[in-house]
Design a protein around this ligand. Sequence first.
Ligand SMILES: Nc1ncnc2c1ncn2[C@@H]1O[C@H](COP(=O)(O)OP(=O)(O)OP(=O)(O)O)[C@@H](O)[C@H]1O
Ligand SMILES: Nc1ccn([C@H]2C[C@H](O)[C@@H](COP(=O)(O)O)O2)c(=O)n1
Length: 228
Amino acid sequence: MENGAAKPVIVAIDGPSGTGKSSTSKAVAAQLGLSYLDTGAQYRAITWWMVTNGIDTADPSAIAAAAAKPEILSGTDPENPTITVDGVDVAGPIREQDVTAKVSAVSAVPEVRARITELQRAIAASAVTGIVVEGRDIGTTVLPDADLKIFLTASPEARAARRSGELKGADLHTTREALIRRDAADSSRKTSPLAKAGDAVEVDTTELTLQQVVECVVTLVEEKRAGK
Ligand SMILES: Nc1ncnc2c1ncn2[C@@H]1O[C@H](COP(=O)(O)OP(=O)(O)OP(=O)(O)O)[C@@H](O)[C@H]1O
Ligand SMILES: Nc1ccn([C@H]2C[C@H](O)[C@@H](COP(=O)(O)O)O2)c(=O)n1
């Protein structure tokens, strides 16, 4: 840049549920002074709005007709990410089981994806120092020109164990089956499915601690910035 300021860096982190995208992205963004966007929270927020407003989440045409109605705002401070719908803080309700069970159906509707993708691109374009954006289709569709693309993976067993640790008393087998079902739905939808971009770096986190994954991604970002 002409004034000597560093060019904003755009990092896309994709992968299935429970691979560590949110934890890794937040820590990397905080360490590097970047913004952070949880795109899953946006899809959860629009799903919460559909459920709260009595829209039938099994009816794609009803979802499509309502997709433009809610105002979804994401706060991108990695130390304090926020999400509101029509001014209501929905950070808690969007993690509830009912929303988790319906989010794949709602996020498969093309009108929903077009709306949320537009929001995501606007947020990324306005990040002054750069941003870490995590989701399912960031490297393939939302930000195909990202400076660095990471695709996190982990075995279903490791992912279920991580999630069961969060959900008090959750049965490991049930958690594993639910993760696999959601990944299958997210990977098989027609519009912008969960997929690894051809130029993404794949990191298998099964045997890595969160700290090791963060260090790996920070190193990759620093190498990119140094032009390596
Ligand atoms: N490498 C790791 N080793 C052990 N636990 C981890 C690791 N990475 C993340 N975790 C833990 O696993 C859980 C899920 O992580 P996280 O929410 O970051 O995954 P995610 O990919 O964003 O999931 P989702 O897509 O479902 O939101 C969290 O409790 C987190 O602390
Ligand atoms: N870029 C994205 C991000 C998320 N989704 C959908 C599919 C997920 O099952 C759901 C919830 O995401 P999570 O909070 O578990 O990361 O949102 C998507 O389609 N595209």
